[in-house]
Write a protein that binds this ligand. Structure first.
Ligand SMILES: [Zn+2]
Length: 115
């Protein structure tokens, strides 16, 4: 089996690797906010419920060492241009064909070839 690259957590004592889902509880990790209060600029002022809990304590299954894990996460966003309906729609068309000044001669020539 080919070794794949995963986003793992390593025991600082023995190096045993864990997947984040083995250590973190998803609902605790992301928190459970309720009644989110935003100002007029849509910035979050406050909420009820729990915040994200990025710290976890775990006892290694291999060497029994107790270690702490602190997740360091960030989120990147960007506008998806395909589904951005706020922007005017533009249809791409082929570049226009420019006809030479003596275009009639080319037509005559094509007819000669076709015959
Ligand atoms: Zn260990």
């Amino acid at each position: 089996m080919r070794k794949q690259k995963f986003n793992t957590i390593k025991c600082p004592q023995c190096g045993r690797e864990y997947l984040p889902a083995e250590i973190y509880v998803p609902f605790a990790f992301f928190g459970k906010p309720k009644r989110i209060v935003r100002d007029i600029d849509q910035s979050i002022l406050d909420h009820e419920g729990s915040n994200m809990d990025l710290k976890e304590r775990y006892i290694c299954d291999s060497c029994n060492t107790t270690f702490d894990v602190i997740a360091n996460i960030s989120f990147k966003t960007r506008v998806n241009e395909k589904y951005n309906f706020a922007k005017d729609y533009q249809t791409k068309i082929k570049p226009s064909i420019t006809m030479p000044e003596n275009w009639w001669w080319f037509l005559k020539f094509e007819k000669l070839i076709l015959k």
